[in-house]
Structure formats: structure tokens, C-alpha cells
Design a protein around this ligand. Structure first.
Ligand code: 13P
Length: 362
């Protein structure tokens, strides 16, 4: 084994660690609004609006101008275009977020493409010019990034090829982010699609996470300055056997304990198609399970924070306030859940029961 290595400069370590810890501050989590233009286009179409730059801006303005948003939201993940957008009165979104004490971050992966000679699996693009893009986002005020790699459970998947590819891509991404002063959120996403049971998901999640942390170590990634954004360990959407929140919590924390070093300050789950209420109830159970939990365990939800907002807004300015209240309801429910203090059913929301869509694209 070659043994040359070095650590980031102390000042960079300090900055990355402080940012990562601030994102997972007690009772807070991440509002993920990094849908691609294609992804948000479907949501706009569902409320009868065209997929224009201005409509995308109007919707995200609604989110960011919500009063008291920072009570349970420490950070938000933006899409490239959003970094440069402004409110109606000309305030850059990033300035508004900073004033509210919400840390801006940025999705930097450039989407999934087929992984050649695999069984319908994917790899994620965007490494080539990543350092330059990270430097630009940092200049604009972003302090962290996220990169998502989906893994599909099937009879013969995920393959060793896909797991190794995911691990290498995430490690390379994390290393480049840190070189530019951004905290990398590492997101291996074992999808909800499929009819597998919870045990299968647990094993796949453990194998994927073990490979990811081996690769992060091989690339000298400074773990204290990273966050993990994984799936919860649940049965597949098509599985006939359902599990209780306690079973899901036990399987999830067990998988994480076996694979994620305690040096990682926090784990912020994706919602992956769970309903808003399921995402809150499961997070709460995770924070109450009687197992060791050396990291903060919180949320980084997209659909499970926004489904009710979309339904209530329905594309009409007159509904803005009511939609913002829906957002606050869900951020509060999840903020409490991150402390193990959410009472299931206490936050009734307007959103539909499930947010699952087969082969969902962000
Ligand atoms: P969902 O919570 O909708 O799965 O989104 C997570 C995500 O990765 C967006 O950043």
C-alpha cells in the first residue's frame, strides 16, 4: 500500500466541520428544492403552469420567503438556475437565505445515464468540470453540495459494478468539493422501486454504504466535513409485507451503525417517495430506537416537504400564505422528529398519501 497522504489545512478542516455541524444542528434539517428543470416542469404542469424560468422562480420564492422558515430548516439545496434568481423586489435568493440564517447548497451531479453492460443500472455524470463549478458556487455563497447516485434493487442488482461505480464517483465528488471549500453531501440512494422485503434492502444498503466509506477513506475525504444522505431501510414499494416504523427504524440504524463511521457528524435522509407523514413518523422512530446513534439523524426531504405545498398553492398567488403554512407544518413535524418528539398524526397536511412514482426522476 502506498502510504503518502495528507490532511486538509487546519483552517479548511475547521470551516468544513463547522458548516456540516451547523446543517445538522439539533431540531433542524434540510429543505431539498433541487429538482431539475425537467423535474419541476412536471409539478408546474400539474398545477396548470408552463415550465418557464419565471414560474420556477415564483414557486421557489414562495418557499424561501416563508416567515420563520429557519426555525426547523438549517439549509436548502438549490438547482443551478436558482443560485442566480431573485425575489420580486430584486433580492438575490442567496442573500435572502443568508439573512434568514439558512445555509445555501447546490446540486452538482449532472444526472444519471446508463451504465454500459449493466442490467438497466446507471452511473452519474458531472465530474469533469466539477472543481470549476464548485469554485463558482462557493463564490456565489453556497457552502455545501450534494450528489445523488441511485441504486436499483432487482433480482440481480445492484451489481458489484454499480456499487463500485457509485462508491468511486461519490468519493471523487466529495474530494473535489472539499478542495473548493464545500461540504459534500454524499447520497447513495437505494430506490424504493421493487417488491423486495426490508431484509434485502438492509443488506443492499449495508453493502453500498460499506463501499462508499471505503472509497471516501481511499480518497482521503475528511469525514468530519461531510454529511450522508441515504435512503431509510424499508421494504420495496411493491412488497406485500409492510413493516412497522419501529422495524424500519431498527433496520435503518443497524445498517448505518455497521457502515458509517462515528466521525461523520450527521445523516440527513432523503424521502424517496414516502408520504409526508411516513417520512416524519419513520424519522421520529429512528430517533427513538434503543441503539447507539453517534450521529445527528435528520431530514433532507424534497417531496415529503413539498407535496402539500404544491397541492395548496395550485399555481395561484392568492394561495401563497396557505401554502407557506403547509411548508411550516411539515418542517416543524420533521424538526420534532429529528429530536424523537413528533407525535404521529399531529400534523395533518394537504398532500396525498404517497409520493411514490415508479422510476422517479428529480
Ligand atoms: P426526495 O426527498 O423527494 O426523495 O428528494 C431527495 C433529494 O435527493 C432531493 O435533493
Amino acid at each position: 500500500m502506498p502510504t503518502y497522504f495528507s490532511y486538509p489545512e487546519p483552517a479548511l478542516q475547521k470551516e468544513l466541520k463547522a458548516t456540516a455541524e451547523a446543517i445538522v444542528a439539533p431540531g433542524k434539517g434540510i429543505l431539498a428544492v433541487d429538482e431539475t428543470n425537467e423535474g419541476i416542469g412536471k409539478l408546474l404542469a400539474a398545477v396548470g403552469l408552463q415550465n418557464t424560468e419565471n414560474n420556477r422562480r415564483r414557486y421557489r420564492q414562495l418557499l424561501f420567503t416563508t416567515d420563520n422558515l429557519s426555525e426547523h430548516v438549517s439549509a436548502t439545496i438549490l438547482f443551478d438556475e436558482t443560485v442566480y434568481q431573485k425575489t420580486d423586489d430584486g433580492t438575490p435568493f442567496i442573500e435572502l437565505l443568508k439573512k434568514k440564517n439558512i445555509i445555501p447548497g447546490i446540486k452538482v451531479d449532472m444526472d444519471a445515464v446508463p451504465l454500459f453492460l449493466s442490467l438497466d443500472e446507471v452511473t452519474t455524470q458531472g465530474l469533469d468540470n466539477l472543481a470549476t463549478r464548485c469554485a463558482e458556487y462557493k463564490k456565489q455563497g453556497c457552502r455545501f453540495a450534494k450528489w445523488r447516485c441511485p441504486l436499483k434493487i432487482g433480482e440481480h442488482t445492484p451489481s458489484v459494478q454499480a456499487i463500485n461505480d457509485t462508491a468511486q464517483v461519490l468519493a471523487k465528488y466529495a474530494s473535489i468539493c472539499q478542495s473548493q471549500g464545500l461540504v459534500p453531501i454524499v447520497e447513495p440512494d437505494v430506490l424504493l422501486d421493487g417488491d423486495h422485503d426490508i431484509v434485502r434492502n438492509q443488506k443492499v444498503s449495508e453493502q453500498a454504504l460499506a463501499a462508499v466509506y471505503k472509497a471516501l477513506n481511499d480518497h482521503h475525504v475528511f469525514l468530519e466535513g461531510t454529511l450522508l444522505k441515504p435512503n431509510m431501510v424499508t421494504p420495496g414499494h411493491g412488497c406485500s409485507k409492510k413493516n412497522t416504523p419501529q422495524e424500519i427504524a431498527t433496520a435503518t440504524v443497524t445498517a448505518l451503525l455497521r457502515t458509517v463511521p462515528a466521525a461523520v457528524p450527521g445523516i440527513a435522509f432523503l424521502s424517496g417517495g414516502l408520504s409526508e407523514e411516513e417520512a416524519s413518523v419513520y424519522l421520529n422512530a429512528i430517533n427513538r430506537v434503543s441503539l447507539k446513534r453517534p450521529w445527528a439523524l435528520t431530514f433532507s426531504y424534497g417531496r415529503a416537504l413539498q407535496a402539500s405545498v404544491w397541492k395548496t398553492w395550485a399555481g395561484k398567488d392568492a394561495n401563497t400564505k396557505a401554502a407557506q403554512l403547509e411548508l411550516l407544518k411539515r418542517t416543524k413535524a420533521n424538526g420534532l422528529a429529528s429530536l424523537g418528539k413528533y407525535e404521529g398524526g399531529s400534523a395533518t397536511s394537504a398532500g396525498s398519501k404517497s409520493n411514490y412514482a415508479a422510476n422517479h426522476r428529480y
